[in-house]
Design a protein around this ligand. Structure first.
Ligand code: PLP
Length: 394
């Protein structure tokens, strides 16, 4: 077993002759600032740079970044095409989903009145409250309610973290209610919260728009079909694009979203290269066969499992498990309670390794480390197994 993949060694060391994996062949553009290459077994995480775009997307971005275009015309053209591709009435491109949430709420507050757009965070005229269920007041790395408050609106949380009933929502709606925000995410509490159709049923009686934060979700039709007025997505999560965001939904509200460019959205702008990168990634995403995708991910998980099992380590076991709501298989590595090292210690050592191996650690306290295949390359499974073996056999 060679030690080329050790933490404190230079990234440039050559792989052993009998090791077919040459770490040097995998480009690390961050070496210029002395940062190690990351092997991403965590999934699509903003803190790791979300998605590595496919080469077709990278070439379009490179060409766009070296050219000029009429930006208003570009946005209009892309937004029309994205609406067509997603089947939505209209679309608005943003710099990310967090910006999309701010822009959506601003749109509900101002409509297409430019005077109101420019006045924010002062809200000119009546409605200024945004309702959300307590179990949806999440942090995705920043607090959702702050995104709401940034517009000048008040975030009104209803119910408790483990229970929201229809009467909570009915009771919270007043003349001041501008919108309801609904979060679909593994970050959110899903038990005992009102479902989206339940929220929509109550909201529509009072003509209140429901804005869905679906940043990391895979389905670009479901939430609008369930009656949401607007649905907000990250361009760099499931869609696999560069840093970008998307709002789709009702024509009149999207027009108001687009107008925010003359106000708040100016500070959250997206450049031509990312607009083109997002659009190109979206076209590939929509052509993907979900079954093929799931099979490809499963193959990576099975290979990783075989590689780790091949090391014959005691005190560690592995099994494959699927995500609760999305077609994503993951490898669960379970560290036995009486093992020499805890799951958390192993996570720390993997992270310190060079290349740095990042895992999914929501269940680390329970002794489980998850390996997510979405951003893993099949040739990286052997490196992971080798590093685990070296750390484990210490
Ligand atoms: C990731 C995430 C966001 C933020 O998305 P960005 O595009 O990174 O701004 C918002 N809400 C939820 C639920 C998320 O998972």
């Amino acid at each position: 077993m060679n030690a080329n993949i050790d933490a404190n060694e230079n990234t440039k060391v050559k792989a052993n002759m009998d090791d077919p994996i040459d770490s040097d062949q995998i480009m690390n553009p961050f070496e210029a600032v002395q940062l190690p290459r990351v092997i991403n077994a965590a999934g699509k995480m903003t803190y790791l740079g979300s998605s590595a775009v496919r080469s077709e997307v990278a070439s379009v971005m490179s060409a766009a970044s070296q050219s000029y275009v009429d930006m208003a015309a570009l946005k209009q053209a892309i937004q029309l095409r994205v609406a067509e591709l997603t089947g939505a009435e209209a679309a608005c491109i943003t710099s990310c989903a967090a910006a999309g949430i701010i822009v959506s709420i601003a749109a509900v507050l101002t409509g297409t009145d430019l005077d109101k757009v420019e006045a924010l965070p002062e809200i000119k005229g009546g409605k200024h409250e945004v309702i959300l269920q307590k179990g949806h007041a999440v942090s995705f790395g920043a607090n959702l309610t702050q995104m709401i408050r940034m517009t000048g609106a008040t975030a009104k949380e209803i119910g408790t973290v483990n229970g929201v009933k229809p009467y909570h929502l009915e009771g919270a709606i007043t003349e001041a209610t501008a919108a309801i925000v609904y979060v679909v995410s593994h970050h959110a509490v899903s038990n005992e919260m009102l479902s989206l159709p339940e929220v929509v049923a109550i909201a529509s009686k009072h003509h209140i728009p429901v804005i869905v934060d679906a940043a990391a979700e895979v389905d670009l039709k479901l939430y609008l079909a369930q009656g949401a007025a607007l649905a907000v997505y990250s361009g760099h999560k499931a869609i696999g694009g560069p840093t970008s965001g998307l709002i789709i939904g009702r024509q009149d509200l999207i027009a108001a979203c687009q107008l925010q460019e003359k106000g708040y959205a100016r500070a959250m702008k997206i450049g031509k290269e990312n607009i083109m990168g997002f659009y190109t990634a979206l076209t590939y995403y929509l052509k993907e066969d979900p079954q093929e995708m799931a099979d490809r991910l499963k193959e990576i998980v099975e290979k990783l499992q075989a590689d780790i099992r091949g090391c014959g380590l005691t005190g560690i076991s592995t099994k494959m498990a699927w995500d609760a709501t999305r077609p994503i298989p993951r490898l669960q590595l379970i560290v036995e309670q009486n093992a020499a090292m805890s799951a958390k210690q192993l996570i720390g050592r993997l992270e310190q390794n060079n290349p740095s191996i990042r895992t999914r650690n929501h269940s680390a306290d329970a002794g489980m480390i998850q390996f997510d295949p979405r951003e893993l390359k099949i040739e990286e499974t052997r490196i992971i197994a080798q590093v685990i073996q070296r750390i484990w056999e210490g």
